[in-house]
Design a protein around this ligand. Structure first.
Ligand code: PGA
Length: 251
């Protein structure tokens, strides 16, 4: 696991965009796993600018998003489908038919999840998976639990996740209680993984991810076992990591 500590959110966003740009330049038909949430917004803005300036093209890129809220239609302003259009897809030259998101309104949930896994497989697997991390250590919507989910599935959202995401809704009661999410297995099958985290409220999750035991109670800790993971974090998200490292080196 490579941990890169940068000064702030803007630095993290710029470096993340550079890593994704390099991937797309090396392999124009890359399969990208994409994430939502506040964290990747700056990365997407940088990618849109690079595309606008003619530095990179997404014409051959295929994308799969990590998750979607159950019950929200794609046009809903808080759906991840809407988010992706607003923050990235409408600003780059990716083909709409090459972008994939789980449907939050699928009637047959199992079928939707199975079809998603098969589609990723048919595309050749994910080359680069972008991740955020929840304050509770979740990746995608894989919440702390007793086992690692092997594949795309329906999840009940944690209380902390609902509270964290309430800022996007009028009331905390409006946050959907369930989501469809790629599983830990789906994420671990990606050839490379880039996780972004900024701010103090991610510090504990980052420490547990990097320095804690591998446990489904901290879903992101599984990344310790992946052969190609880069963590791009800012000084605040790294603060508890540094404290522990200093304590160790003083011991
Ligand atoms: P955030 O969410 O980027 O909005 O902090 C990250 C996540 O919950 O995975």
């Amino acid at each position: 696991m490579k941990v890169i500590i940068l000064e702030n959110y803007d630095e993290v966003s710029r470096e993340a965009a550079r890593i994704i740009a390099r991937q797309v330049l090396r392999k124009p038909a890359s399969v990208l796993g994409l994430a939502t949430g506040s964290t990747p917004e700056g990365t997407y803005a940088n990618l849109a600018r690079m595309c606008d300036e003619g530095l990179i093209s997404f014409q051959e890129v295929v994308s799969y998003n990590l998750d979607e809220y159950v019950g929200l239609k794609p046009e809903h302003e808080q759906s991840y489908s809407y988010f992706m259009k607003q923050k990235l897809f409408d600003h780059i030259d990716i083909r709409p038919e090459n972008t994939h998101l789980l449907s939050g309104i699928a009637e047959d949930v199992q079928r939707e999840c199975d079809a998603y896994e098969m589609a990723i497989d048919r595309s050749g697997g994910i080359d680069l998976q972008l991740l955020g991390i929840g304050g509770n250590g979740h990746i995608a919507f894989n919440e702390p639990s007793d086992a690692f989910a092997p594949s795309t599935h329906r999840v009940k959202l944690d209380e902390r996740t609902c509270a964290d995401n309430a800022r996007f809704f009028d009331r905390v009661e409006d946050v959907p209680s369930h989501a469809l999410s790629m599983g830990i297995g789906s994420i671990m099958r990606a050839r490379s993984i880039l996780l972004l985290a900024t701010g103090k409220n991610k510090a504990e999750a980052i420490r547990n991810t990097v320095q804690g035991p591998v446990t489904p109670q901290v879903p992101a800790s599984v990344l310790q076992l992946h052969p190609d993971v880069t963590l791009l974090i800012d000084a605040e998200a790294a603060s508890l990591l540094l404290a522990q490292t200093e304590a160790e080196s003083n011991a």
